[in-house]
Design a protein around this ligand. Structure first.
Ligand code: AMP
Ligand code: ZN
Length: 317
């Protein structure tokens, strides 16, 4: 039996969204997806008129959808795309081609920061260090630092990333399991400016599922990567994502309810209880950028230094 779209009641439905029990045609699905993002942006007051925004694009479905949606919702917004080339063989070049086509499609400037050109190493060089088994953690720290540094140097006022609902629930779930209050307090859809050198971060896709982002990118024909990173986060993360998907099969709005309860009910109480434990921010003794470490180099500078020492050692050999 052909199901009609629940919104326009005219076209045939192609998309079924279990969490809201909606069958939609592609046009209505795209429209509602864009509206959802607009609603998130308004609800958290993520953007203001004079913002100059940097969108961190990885070539993946989420950040490509994000850039496309922001571009269509706010045509006049000052928006620059930022890509970090981590030097992963095959993968980084493939992703770079995708973000180049995206920038062309949207007619927006793309800033490419190459780790190898700027700092003289590739992310894979961490393989022979203590980060060998957790390259993603070094990679994450480097990316976070650079999003902020690049945006700060360019005088941008916000950085947007494509973190979606599934990413966020998975991260929250882990922090709950670990009882990691500090990280729970930090994981927010909108991180305001807490230091003159910290550019506020926004996550406008926090209410879209993996599937919604994938379908949106597909229907809009966005250039997205088809190759996986060889260092892609391990099986533990995938197992947890699978587990959360199994729960969602039984309770379709599980993820939506999880983040709603967290942000509406739990987080305000946590913030109240931990008010005086708020992060102290210092400046890195090497680069001068903000860090939680007092009288020391920031995590990024430590990683860069590790690479420098590695190079010096191999040159001496
Ligand atoms: P991930 O940490 O890979 O889950 O990516 C989360 C978000 O960070 C993506 O949606 C992008 O907005 C951004 N991102 C990840 N990798 C890159 C990259 N190489 N260059 C620019 N932005 C990135
Ligand atoms: Zn530093």
């Amino acid at each position: 039996m052909v199901v009609k779209c629940r919104r326009c009641l005219t076209n045939n439905a192609e998309v079924y969204l279990p969490h809201s029990n909606l069958s939609l045609c592609p046009d209505c699905f795209m429209l509602l997806t864009e509206r959802k993002v607009k609603h998130t942006i308004d609800a958290y007051r993520m953007l203001s008129k004079n913002d100059r925004i940097g969108v961190a694009v990885s070539g993946g479905k989420d950040s490509s959808s994000l850039a496309y949606i922001l571009n269509s919702l706010f045509g006049k917004l000052d928006m620059t795309l930022i890509y970090i080339d981590l030097g992963v063989p095959k993968y980084s070049q493939h992703c770079l081609e995708k973000v180049r086509s995206l920038a062309k499609m949207l007619n927006r400037e793309l800033i490419v920061y190459s780790l190898e050109k700027e700092l003289g190493f590739k992310i894979g060089d961490f393989k022979s260090t203590i980060y060998g088994r957790k390259i993603c953690s070094a990679c994450g720290a480097i990316k976070r630092y650079l999003f902020n540094k690049i945006a700060y140097d360019l005088g941008l006022t916000k950085v947007a990333t494509g973190h979606n609902l599934d990413d966020t629930v998975e991260a929250l779930f882990n922090f709950y399991l670990e009882g990691n209050i500090v990280s729970l307090l930090r994981l927010k859809p909108f991180l305001p400016k807490t230091h003159p050198k910290l550019v506020p971060k926004i996550k406008p896709l926090i209410k879209l599922t993996d599937m919604e982002c994938l379908l949106y990118a597909g229907y809009r024909n966005l250039p997205i990567r088809t190759v996986e990173c060889q260092f892609s986060r391990g099986s533990r993360m995938l197992r947890r994502k699978e587990l959360l998907n199994m729960i969602t099969e039984k309770i379709p709005n599980f993820k939506h309810q999880f983040i709603r309860s967290h942000y509406k009910r739990i987080l305000p109480l946590l913030e109240k209880a931990c008010g005086d434990q708020e992060d102290k921010i210092y400046e890195c003794i090497t680069c001068g950028m903000p860090t939680s470490l007092e009288g020391a180099s920031c995590h990024f500078c430590k990683l860069v230094n590790l690479m420098k020492n590695l190079r010096a050692r191999s040159e001496r050999k």
